[in-house]
Design a protein around this ligand. Structure first.
Ligand code: ZN
Length: 175
């Protein structure tokens, strides 16, 4: 079956999204064609807005709409505690739990030799620089409790060993 060029383009782009195969891409495209026009265009606007307005915080690599994210620009946060997480969504989960009042550092990934991701592909160097210059007392490794998360935490712990900070692993409840 032949699609018009616009429909073919849409299916092509949707199909590049993670977890969306060809069939799902077609289904989504048909949905968008049938959906209320304002709703479909609101999705397009939301994609445009997030890409034009949201970037990484200059300090911690959390998502931010200004130069700094809402946590780095909050003077009430405890400047002596730093929690290292893999992704912005991990930070959001910890914030929702509400127990941590310090600052964060988002790695934007984890070290994964199998996937060819080394320390230079994530934000380890800015983290080391931040700890060198900062006044942190404790750095909490909040990477995920997986083989790669543990390996990343170990690598970073070694990188931070020369600094006078206490390095701990985030305790997580078993779910
Ligand atoms: Zn930040």
């Amino acid at each position: 079956m032949e699609f018009s060029q616009s429909v073919a383009d849409l299916i092509e782009h949707l199909g590049r999204l993670p977890g969306i195969g060809r069939k799902s891409a077609e289904r989504l495209a048909y949905h968008l064609l049938r959906a209320n026009k304002a709703e479909a265009l609101a999705l397009a606007d939301a994609i445009r807005s997030v890409r034009e307005n949201v970037h990484y915080c200059a300090v911690c690599f959390n998502l931010a709409e200004g130069r700094l994210c809402h946590i780095c620009s909050d003077p009430r946060r405890d400047q002596s505690l730093l929690c290292v997480v893999e992704q912005p969504r991990d930070l959001i989960a910890l914030e929702q739990a509400g127990a941590f009042r310090g600052l964060y550092h988002v790695l934007l990934g984890r070290i994964s030799p199998l996937e060819g991701v080394g320390p230079e592909q994530i934000t380890v160097a800015p983290l080391v620089e931040r700890v060198r210059r900062g006044n942190f007392v404790e750095v909490i490794m909040g990477t995920n409790p997986t083989v790669e998360g543990d390996g990343t935490a170990l690598y970073i712990s070694n990188q931070l060993a020369e600094f006078p900070v206490q390095i701990t692993r985030l305790a997580r409840g078993v779910t």
